[in-house]
Design a protein around this ligand. Structure first.
Ligand code: PLP
Length: 369
């Protein structure tokens, strides 16, 4: 593990090194059972222990009360785009959605299959460069729930707080895939939180759900069993064969978060990394940041060079220097530096050093061109 690079991938992404090292051993023999973690039965006592430990670590990390279920599903965060309205939204009711980028749009697209979608706020006209707040948010009169994407992985924008003053009787649903457990969270403000694991929680293939038990007790319509939140919650994420390695590794990552000092420690570390890059961006005029300052993400930092040709060169040169996966999403262009919980502070310093050097070399060329 000596030649690891600085990996700025948006997900799957950098995971904590101690966790990967432990996984190396557990792949061969978990709990002294003589079986590797991907070889054990999901109904056996070893996996009982993994299920118990993963849930317990999750509850401890986010101080999750007993009236919330903690479980996991497959199908990625994308499947939640339809699981959510299918379970919660009757045909004659409305759900409110914040339209803040591609992942929000993926959710919005599925709602009309089940009920009415009201876009309560949108930053589409501004290229999704900010999070709408205050008077820009107009809820419908009686939504079942209000859905938001707490961090917009592609755009590099992040809600600083949960949406405020949602209509009485409604509940918050959050796609927290790209900033879950990056800072403290008050779970009791939410009806449902879901997050694909592959950024802050573990490998791809498992989606964490934290849900108020009364809300998921029964779906609002007849649904195939596999689509019912209650069935997965009742069986502790083992309704069918779960992604066993994903659940195991998520548990190890959650234990790592606890060992590092919990969510407050994650917040401090993430703020520090993000400040290193944003304060450099604010101090210069070569790179053009995408997100407006009050909406900036701590997890994904998006910026461009003055020309697309320089963007390409930036990514190529950075890659040669061991700064990997900096290419921005095709819908935004430019660069994206993703710095999730496990990304070390040295990565932020190395990125800024490279950005300075690159800007110094190419600033003249740009003005000429
Ligand atoms: C915020 C957000 N939501 C949803 C998704 C989709 O996740 P998946 O590919 O696991 O379905 C992503 C993927 O990057 C994401 O960043």
């Amino acid at each position: 593990m000596g030649n690891r690079v600085y990996n700025f991938s948006a997900g799957p992404a950098t995971l904590p090194k101690p966790v990967l090292k432990k996984a190396q051993q557990d792949l061969v023999d978990i709990f002294g059972s003589g079986m590797g973690v991907v070889e054990i039965s999901h109904r056996g006592k070893e996996f009982d222990r993994i299920t118990y430990e993963t849930e317990a670590a999750c509850r401890e990390v986010a101080d999750i009360p007993d009236d919330y279920a903690v479980f996991w599903m497959q199908g990625g965060a994308t499947s939640q785009c339809y699981f959510v309205p299918a379970n919660f939204l009757p045909p004659d009711r409305t759900a409110d959605y914040f339209q803040t980028g591609k992942w929000a749009n993926d959710s919005i697209k599925e709602v009309p299959l089940y009920g009415t979608c009201h876009i309560c706020a949108s930053s589409k006209d501004a290229g999704y460069n900010h999070i709408p707040t205050g008077d820009d948010v107009k809820y419908s009169s009686n939504p079942v729930y209000v859905h938001f994407t707490s961090n917009n992985t592609i755009m590099g924008t992040e809600f600083k707080t949960e949406p405020q003053n949602i209509p009485a009787g409604s509940f918050l649903v959050c796609d927290a895939s790209s900033n879950i457990f990056s800072k403290p969270i008050d779970v009791t403000r939410y009806g449902l939180i879901y997050a694909g694991a592959q950024k802050n929680l573990g490998p791809a293939g498992v989606t964490l759900l934290i849900a108020r038990k009364d809300l998921i007790a029964e779906p609002v319509r007849e649904l195939p069993t596999m689509m019912q939140f209650c069935k997965h919650a009742e069986k502790e994420g083992r309704f069918n064969t779960p992604p066993t390695f994903g659940v195991y590794l998520m548990g190890e990552v959650l234990k790592w978060i606890l060992a590092e000092g919990g969510l407050e420690a994650m917040r401090q570390r993430n703020e520090e990394k993000a400040n290193i890059v944003y304060s450099f961006l604010d101090s210069q005029d070569f790179y053009i940041p995408h997100a407006l300052p009050d909406s900036r993400s701590m997890m994904n930092i998006t910026f461009k060079c003055p020309t697309p040709e320089l963007d390409q060169l930036f990514v190529e040169n950075a890659t040669r220097q061991g700064l990997r996966e900096l290419k921005g999403h095709r819908s935004v262009g430019g660069m994206r530096a993703s710095m999730y919980n496990a990304c070390p502070i040295e990565a932020a310093h190395a990125l800024v050093a490279f950005m300075k050097e690159f800007a110094h070399e190419h600033a003249g060329a740009t003005t000429a061109g």
